[in-house]
Each structure stands twice: as C-alpha cells, then as structure tokens.
Design a protein around this ligand. Sequence first.
Ligand SMILES: NC(=O)C1=CN([C@@H]2O[C@H](COP(=O)(O)OP(=O)(O)OC[C@H]3O[C@@H](n4cnc5c(N)ncnc54)[C@H](OP(=O)(O)O)[C@@H]3O)[C@@H](O)[C@H]2O)C=CC1
Ligand SMILES: N[C@@H](CCC(=O)OP(=O)(O)O)C(=O)O
Length: 430
Amino acid sequence: MSTQPQPPIDRETLADCETLVADLARAGRAAQRVLARMDDAAKAQALRSAAAALRRNAPAVLAANAQDIAAGEARGLPPAMLDRLRLDDGRLEGMAAAVEAVAALPDPVGEVISRSTVPSGLDLARVRIPIGLIGIIYESRPNVTADAAALCVRAGNAVLLRGGSEAVRSNRAINAALTEGLAAAGVPAEAVQLMPTQDREAVGAMLRAAGLIDMIVPRGGKGLVERVQNDARVPVLAHLDGICHTYVHSAAEPEMARSVALNAKMRRTGICGAMETLLLDANFPAPHAIVDALLDAGCELRGDLRAQAIDPRIAPASANDWDTEYLDAVLSVAVVDGLDAALDHIARHSSGHTDAILTADAAAAERFLAEVDSAIVMVNASTQFADGGEFGLGAEIGIATGRLHARGPVALEGLTTYKWQVRGTGQGRP
Ligand SMILES: NC(=O)C1=CN([C@@H]2O[C@H](COP(=O)(O)OP(=O)(O)OC[C@H]3O[C@@H](n4cnc5c(N)ncnc54)[C@H](OP(=O)(O)O)[C@@H]3O)[C@@H](O)[C@H]2O)C=CC1
Ligand SMILES: N[C@@H](CCC(=O)OP(=O)(O)O)C(=O)O
C-alpha cells in the first residue's frame, strides 16, 4: 500500500468525480482496516508522530498558507475569513499540540457501553467500534484539517477531507505533513486523504457514495445545506449554521443578562455559536442596559416595533432577519410576551444549534431546557460556549445540528458506533 499523499489533480484530468471518489473511498476503506487492527498505544504513537511531522514541516505549511492568504487578499476576502484562514508560528504550534492532546485522550474503541445476561442465558455486550470511512466537508479553516484527521484516526476511522477552496494550499501541506508522520508510525497515508480537486461535483459524489463512505459530516452554511439536501444518500451528521438565540426572561438578573448577552454576540461574531437573535421579555426591567452595551460595542441592532421603542438607534428588522445568520456585528432583537412566546419564536427560527435562557427562575429554566429542541440548550451562559474544548471533549469536529446519532460538540464518542457482542453456551431459541 502506498504511503505517499495523493498528488493534486486539476479539472482537465478529472474524468469523472464519481470514479475519483470511489477510488479514494476504496483506498480509505483498506487503510481503515489496518487502523482497526492497531491498539490504543499504536494509534496514540501515530498521532504523536503526525504532530512531530507538522512541526518539522512548519516552513512548508506556513509558505503554503502565505500563498492562500495572498490569493485571498487579492480576491478581497473579508477580514474575518482571512483571520480564520491565517496561520502563524503560534497557530501551527497550537495545531500540533491539539493533535498531541487528541493522542492523549482515552481510546473509545472497545469500550463496553453496557453488558447484561438475559433470561435465555445469553451474555450481551454493546461494544464501541469505529464508524469506518468518514467524509468531512468543511470551511476554509486549516486547523480543522488537523483536528478532524486526529479525531478520526484516534477513533479508528479513515477520513476523506474536503476543505474550503480558499485554504487549498494550506490543507495540502498540512495533509502531506500529517500523512508523513502517520506513515512513519505504520498508519497507511490513505487513512487521511484530502480531496485532490476543489470541483464541487466531487462534494456531490461524496454525498452520493452510499456503501463506500459510511458517514458524511458537512460543516458549513446555507450553500452546503442545499447541496446536502439535494444529493445526500450517505448518512449525514450535519454540522450546519448557527441561528442561536438568547432569551432574557423577566426574572433575569440584569447585570448578568447584560454581560452574558454582550459576550454571546460580541466575543467572536464570526463563529457558529455566536448569538444572532436576542429575545427580550416584555417584563424584563432593564432592557436599555443590554441595548446600550451592544450598541456601544459597535453592534448594529435590527428590531421589531417594540424593540425599536426601547431605543431609536435600533433599525427596523425585515422578515428575513429572524432567519439570518449574520456572523458579524449585527443582531436581530424582538420583544416577546413571556416564556411561551419565546419558545414559539425559537421553534420557528432556531437552526437547532444552541439556544439560551437567562433567568433566576428555576421553573422557567427547566421548561426551557426541556422544551427547546436544539443540540445545546443553556441556562445563564453565553452561547459562545458551544465548543468541544469548552465541553471538556479535548477537541471537536464541530457542532452537530441535526437530531440523530450525536448532537452538539462531536468528538471521539460521536465518531464511533457500536456492535452487540453475544456470548452463548449453545442456546437455541425456543
Ligand atoms: N456547526 C458547526 O460546527 C459549524 C458551522 N459552521 C457554519 O459554516 C458557515 C460558515 O462557513 P463558510 O465559510 O460560509 O462555509 P461554506 O458553507 O461556504 O463552505 C463550507 C464547505 O462547503 C463547501 N460548499 C459550500 N457550498 C457548496 C455547494 N453548493 N456544493 C458543494 N460544496 C459546497 C465549500 O466549498 P467551496 O470551497 O467550494 O466553497 C466548503 O468546503 C456558517 O453558516 C457557520 O455557522 C462553521 C463552522 C462550524
Ligand atoms: N466551536 C468553535 C468554532 C467553530 C466555528 O464556528 O468555526 P469557524 O466558523 O470556522 O470560525 C469555537 O467555538 O471556537
């Protein structure tokens, strides 16, 4: 089996994206079988070797990244996107350290989730196993290449990575370094493959590769959602947009509400866990302090008529605003009549990522936790905490926004499934 990274293929030489994806998937599946035979210590050692290779290849990765940045600047990419794309010595060291941190996590494979003996005398165990070959489609953020590869390998999965086009040179250099390190420790390079073309038809082919790819993680926004809805035949663990709400209940403690709301919007406006809509209870006594804090911090506010009555600097919101993920210093604000109205608004407009209530009323908090059907529901905390690291998972593939398999921050456990192991003593079913 070759341990060389795949060479880039341009569109002219690409006869057929379906064939390309099928070839990559077959190679990935073969590599996964090798990984599946490796024990905890061998997988951890392979990841430490990958981290060392990243450090060794830092000049090549940073040079490739400088080319991506130059191309992005020439294309006029917005500053927030350039910031996500940019690597420097510190960020590269952070990537290598994150790979080592994943190596240090306990191996999830082989964990006995439950075990019991049933009346027939059979001994039943549910045992955690890798999913197999995972396809990940993600935005132009090069650290995701290393994080996703490390998490997949730690959980015994092979991965086919398809990163954002603006990061293509960085991703190729990172992938080359990672696979060099993995191969040196006995993991076939095909365990971590980077899609060798940015042709979006290849994304469609990944989504249609039922039987070849075991699970797809699409991590992105509206354009990707539409593609997934049209093409997906492979099981999907959606990591999609974050239209996150913070509801300031009538019994919220005013100073806490001000500081948490400000953090939820303005800490980092460009991440999927940033608040996009603020719901102010009509009976909350101190809305002005929150509005002033947001405006003073440079946030544009767009509100319904009752929100506009709080402060003339709040612009009118359009119907679209309630369904918009701004990823910027812009926030929609609505005034609602009580918890039920807030729950209704969230049910209609949340993307199922993260929603929060701020309140000192325990009963209201419990109703919110029980009734809001999002992957993450919070009480008295900033939605910006939606993050695998903050949840103590070591790292994350992202935040799963769908309803099946794994929800919220997805790390090692979310990258596994299980099988039933049945041990008998010669029973036949009566
Ligand atoms: N839930 C989560 O964990 C996370 C969610 N996000 C969400 O991602 C979005 C921001 O990322 P953004 O940079 O806009 O990402 P995009 O959704 O534009 O792109 C993400 C990836 O999807 C691909 N893609 C997009 N549209 C299509 C299509 N029609 N067909 C095939 N491939 C497609 C992109 O490819 P190409 O390079 O060709 O554009 C890229 O690889 C936000 O909505 C944010 O909330 C971001 C991070 C984490
Ligand atoms: N969950 C991560 C952010 C994930 C995210 O939104 O990524 P990106 O959109 O690429 O900035 C965090 O809270 O830092």
